[in-house]
Design a protein around this ligand. Sequence first.
Ligand SMILES: *Cc1c(COP(=O)(O)O)cnc(C)c1O
Length: 421
Amino acid sequence: MEKGYKKKKKWNFNGNEEVNGSTSTISVRGVYNKLTENIKKEDKRGVVRLCRADPTDFFKTTNHASHAIAQALHSFHFNCYSPSGGLPKARRAVADYLSSDLPYKLPPENIFITSGCTGAINIIITVLACHGANILLPRPGYPQYESRAAFCRLQVRHFDLLPEKGWEVDLDSIEALADENTVAMVLINPSNPCGNVFSYQHLQKVAETARKLGIFVISDEVYAHITFGSKPFVPMGVFASIVPVITLGSLSKRWVVPGWRLGWIATCDPDEILQHMEIVTNIRNYLDISCSSPTIVQAALPQILAKTNDDFYTKNLDIMRETVNIFYDRCKDIPCLTCSHKPEGTMVVMVQINFSQIEGIADDVDFCTMLAKEESVILLPGVTVGLKNWIRITFAVDPCELEEGLSRIKAFGLRHAKKLS
Ligand SMILES: *Cc1c(COP(=O)(O)O)cnc(C)c1O
């Protein structure tokens, strides 16, 4: 009787299209989980994960950061709710940290502490989603922007990053896309998923283009200072006198603590233009109804930002430079993949699949699914970041693991090589 009742009863809930639609195709975690289902348990070699940029498998944060957290915890002073914008001392710490790279001083009131950079993205996209508005996003890009925009029904338009120009922004396409309802554009620098670092000159051109169009720039700098090529990292906030900039960042990548959920929004706005657009009021109001970053982590933040030893950063960058070199050299030996631009920053790189070299593989998703099944290697299909038939590879892993992964990819490509007729 109980069973029959369950079958017959029709419940009113039918699922949320925005949630279901966005997680399976345009979320890194969703795609990762799906690909992982293809791993064969009997493969004794183990899984090589080059899909997500979670560096904690190989890189460890500093003892110093852990002690700062322990101290905050043991004080019993930070078991409370956080104020909406974050603890005042945490906001001041981020303001000081960011100001050291800027030609002006950011006041603490311009900083909002968020639950990771993901929290910062969710807040900013939600605030921008006014009726009829649209936003310009890079392609390829970081899918959280698309997912959240779909959620809030904010219209998205994509401009291209050009592989043949070292992934520079196609500035002409920005001008063609923008209209009077375009509110902002997003730039990710250093660039996830491309691994390039934008030059000072190019950023200045982006700022001038945005100014001309009357849109401000959201600069996702979650990989700030994670650079190991010839170009230094330049914060977009340097150009805030040309165009207002909203900078997003977090502890997750540089300090290797993505589980700590501490990020920030910084309004770089020396001329108080954002203030007049009421963006800042909107952010403040939205923070009152969103989830704060853990108070304990906020309390530890000033120590983490001010006292992390330069050796820690340098050592990690040296390792990443080494893994990038391994990746770039080995990749030249894999006929089914082409890397057009050696990464200069971040933890990830885009490579193109050469379908002229292989057969029996339909597209990037097929490539990644078969690779997971046959070789227990997980890569991210390019379609997830907006570029079909490319692949995103994470290189910030144990060098031995990277070598192992690349040799399995090579074997996979040879096994599926096009037969000469
Ligand atoms: C990792 C990442 C984020 C998310 O950062 P969290 O602090 O872990 O939420 C945001 N943007 C980009 C480009 C990222 O690579």
